[in-house]
Write a new protein. Structure first.
Length: 605
């Protein structure tokens, strides 16, 4: 039996919860904690052992032998925590554990049908992430326990994340962290709540330190025991008696490997009835079964499915019709199986950044319409939502949490940054969903610790072209291509200030880069055409002044060009325009500019 524990966000106590569930497990199975957090492990140090003994040593042994891993081999790689719970510890290094988690392992030997008193593996998988190395564990678990902290999560965002997690593993169970969790928050998640765990630092210390556990109501050990009992009731076959404790193969091997140490888990509690909760759990998370074509059809749903305990392979890899010992039980369909039909194209949002920010929605054509004109929805978004869209559009590779907080709230940050980010992103999603009648799918991608726009749903029309033009102009050696690229880059930058209607400090640096890049292109292009096309050069300089209206160097170049073609009267007009614009900055024309004007007049006379 495999139970995966994951957190909806950071600081949800996934490792502590996994150990607490193992310590309070009431069933006849022997619980093992599998430390599979991609960010690294630390339970080996808690057990007083070595981090290389556990997943790393098991993976190494599996790659050097073709013998399937059994109870004796598994017990040889476990360590006992102070509380007496066995653990397959993970390496502390991030790169090392990722290598271990993706290493192929031989499936366990299957010499008989599934035994209800064997082993329950409780996997600590860290923060929920669709691109995590532990995705085979998440998608192949008998149940995925999702931890949610109400004080660190937005209800709307949490509800959407739970919906996404249901696509990885439909057999999820939600556990709220916090003894006094708001009932309104729990109701707004719109999913069944399996249980609640308090923020009990003393109880956590007792579980991890191996001191005497208090199973009183309101403590972490007592609450974890209740959650473990609920899980056990849901997952154990109906014909299994809770009081049975036949020694399993792994328990015998564990006693040989660790003599003199026994588990300090609490006595078996009375199993209270969860019939109504079980029925609701099955209604909310119906398993999709694929039956053996040779077996008769049955209306009964069997939740106890034989699964391997190795960490690197999905459940669909092991077992099958070729098993000579036992018939193949119903198995969950592969989580990444291709769909029978291609999904409908996702409607796109188009962002235009030069000039005032514009958010355009391109609805899907209906009926006999060949195309539907785009609809602008910018006004339906709050100013903060517009700023988030602009920020993520300018950084298509994404921004991390620190960068997002600093951009939106400055270096001083905000009181509760996690809540602020969740609320801001939830409002953005809600506003876009309302403006597009729910037609736009996943707007944001929040995996790997970064926030970015989903390219399948959002396209950036002009700024993407601008960045491509900059890269092309820098690498080309063809004069004609360089001229064409520079011309288009200048035209694009001259259409307006980047996100002109937004007043954000982080935009200043980006606007300066855009302006400098455009002025550089103007200078390079002017040198190429000034000798044979002065009229085009003058037009080019005027476009440069539209991009950077206070650039005194461009004004001086324009004056020189006017004097070269005998337009002496235009020099004074240009100086007047420069004086007026610099006055906006409380500045005056430099002595160099005034000397140039005087020299040009003297030369003409």
């Amino acid at each position: 039996m495999l139970i995966a524990v994951t957190g909806l966000g950071a600081r949800t106590g996934v490792t502590t919860t996994a150990v607490a569930l193992a310590a309070g497990w009431p069933g006849p199975e022997t619980p093992i904690v599998l430390e599979a957090d991609p960010s690294g492990g630390w339970l080996a140090g808690l057990a007083g052992g070595h981090p290389s003994l556990g997943l790393a040593s098991l993976a190494t042994a599996a790659t050097h032998t073709s013998t399937p891993s059994g109870a004796e081999q598994l017990a040889a790689h476990t360590q006992l925590l102070p509380i007496g719970v066995p653990v397959l510890a993970a390496p502390s290094g991030t790169d090392h554990i990722r290598t271990v988690l993706t290493s192929p392992m031989a499936p366990p030997a299957r010499t008989r049908r599934h035994q209800p008193h064997e082993v329950v593996v409780i996997a600590d998988t860290g923060k929920a992430d669709p691109v995590s190395a532990v995705m085979p564990i998440l998608s192949g678990a008998d149940v995925l326990v999702v931890l949610v902290r109400a004080d660190l999560a937005d209800a709307g965002l949490a509800r959407q994340r739970l919906h996404e997690i249901a696509e990885w593993c439909p057999r999820r169970a939600v556990v709220l962290i916090g003894a006094h969790t708001d009932e309104e928050f729990a109701a707004s998640l719109a999913v069944p709540i399996l249980g609640r765990l308090p923020l009990d630092s003393r109880g956590a210390a007792a579980i991890l330190g191996g001191t005497r556990l208090s199973h009183r109501r309101g403590t972490l050990p007592g609450a974890a025991r209740a959650v473990a009992t609920a899980l056990c009731t849901h997952l154990r076959p109906d014909d299994t008696k809770a009081a049975e404790r036949a020694p399993c193969t792994y328990t015998t091997a564990l006693r040989r490997t660790h003599p003199g140490r026994t588990s300090a888990a609490a006595p078996t509690p009375a199993i209270y009835s969860l019939a109504s909760s079980r029925a609701r759990f099955l209604r909310e998370h119906p398993p999709v079964l694929q039956h053996d074509p040779n077996s008769p059809e049955s209306d009964a749903i069997e939740l106890e499915v034989t699964r391997p305990s190795a960490v690197a392979e999905p459940a669909s890899r092991w077992g099958g019709a070729s098993d000579p010992v036992a018939p193949t039980p119903p198995r969950l369909s592969a989580p990444f199986a291709p769909l029978a039909a291609e999904p409908a194209p996702v409607p796109h949002l188009t962002l235009r950044l030069f000039g005032p920010l514009r958010v355009m929605w391109e609805p899907k054509p209906t009926g006999e319409q060949a195309s539907t004109p785009p609809i602008e929805i910018t006004a339906q978004l709050q100013r903060r939502s517009q700023e988030v869209l602009a920020l993520l559009a300018i950084h298509p590779e994404g921004v991390n949490r620190t960068q997002l907080i600093e951009a939106l709230w400055g270096r001083r940050g905000t009181v509760r940054p996690a809540n602020a980010i969740c609320t801001t992103l939830a409002r953005l999603r809600t506003a876009v969903a309302e403006a597009t009648d729910g037609a736009v799918g996943q707007l944001l991608i929040t995996g790997s610790g970064r926030y970015r726009l989903n390219p399948a749903a959002v396209s950036i029309e002009d700024y993407t072209e601008y960045t491509e033009l900059v890269a092309q102009r820098r690498r080309t050696t063809d004069p004609d291509e360089h001229c064409a690229t520079s011309t288009r880059l200048i035209e694009l930058a001259a259409t307006g200030l980047l996100a002109a209607d937004l007043d954000a400090d982080w935009l200043d640096a980006v606007r300066t880069c855009v302006r400098n890049e455009a002025i550089t292109a103007v200078g390079a292009l002017a040198e190429q055409i000034v000798a044979h096309d002065p009229r085009a050069t003058a037009h080019l300089l005027e476009m440069a002044l539209a991009i950077d209206p206070h650039n005194e160097d461009v004004f001086r170049d324009l004056m020189k060009l006017q004097a070269r073609h005998g337009q002496i009267h235009a020099i004074d007009s240009t100086l007047e325009i420069l004086t007026r614009r610099l006055k906006e900055l409380d500045e005056e024309p430099s002595s160099e500019t005034l000397a140039l004007v005087s020299a040009l007049h003297q030369r003409a006379s």
